[in-house]
Design a protein around this ligand. Structure first.
Ligand code: DX5
Ligand code: ZN
Length: 232
């Protein structure tokens, strides 16, 4: 808990006609991860990026690639994404049939030497993940209903982060915790950071402003200050 905050710009908010330029911009701007929102038009009402994109992204950046799969059939699709060798792959708990399938997905990801994360939507209780916390590298707590960037943070998501932190400590696990949705240099990021969030996904807060380095710096400072306040 309270690791140095990592900022993961979501390239869903980048300029799709200038993607390589925008990836290099966030690389220069101090991003820690590049967050890729994969949506299938079924698990969520939007259709975005897929396997060919992740594969080519890997060839143009040295930033760790954080793939967020918002798809209905992750077990079938995982091999394709894993073949691209991203750094972290996140699968939604809602797309899997209980703990047995959580384990199956996590094992598939680990078998490819990739870090494994499970995500929960705002209406999924954090308890859903408790049993598998020891085998997770990261937990993604959604702070909006997935599907679109630019939505507002859902109040109370920080409480779910605190629950995951507590449950992880109780079983000796230490997965990173990632927040996604409505985060920026704002009270949402402060609340999430104070609760123990480590990785801050930011779409519009980074790409919606001209100075991406300043945007990343301000989110990082916001999180650091909230951590320090909490610990003091
Ligand atoms: C939402 C995606 C997010 C989104 C974040 O479904 O998972 O990663 O792009 O965008 P902002 O930061 O604008 O809420
Ligand atoms: Zn995302």
């Amino acid at each position: 808990v309270f690791t140095s905050p990592k900022i993961a710009p979501s390239i869903l908010s980048a300029d799709f006609m200038n993607m390589e330029r925008d990836v290099h911009v966030i690389e220069q701007a101090g991003a820690d991860f590049v967050h890729v929102d994969v949506m299938d038009g079924h698990f969520v009402p939007n259709l975005t990026l897929g396997v060919p994109f992740v594969k080519q992204l890997k060839s143009i950046t040295r930033l760790p690639i954080d793939v967020h799969l918002m798809i209905s059939n992750p077990i079938e699709e995982l091999p394709w994404f894993l073949a691209c060798k991203p750094d972290i792959v996140t699968v939604h708990a809602e797309a899997l049939d209980g703990v047995d399938e959580y384990r199956k997905a996590i094992d598939m990801i680990h078998a490819s030497g990739v870090k494994a994360a499970l995500a929960i939507k705002p209406d999924m209780p954090s308890e859903a993940l408790f049993e598998v916390l020891p085998s997770l590298d990261m937990v993604l707590v959604m702070s909006v209903y997935p599907g679109f960037s630019g939505q507002s943070y859902i109040e109370g998501t920080d409480r779910k982060v605190a629950e995951v932190v507590e449950a992880a400590e109780a079983c000796g696990a230490a997965p990173l915790i990632e927040g996604d949705g409505g985060l920026g240099n704002n009270v949402a990021t402060a609340a999430m950071a104070a609760a123990g969030c480590d990785v801050f996904v930011a779409g519009s807060a980074v790409f919606g402003t001209a100075d991406r380095a300043e945007a990343i710096r301000s989110i990082r400072n916001c999180a650091v200050q909230a951590q320090q306040k909490r610990l003091s």
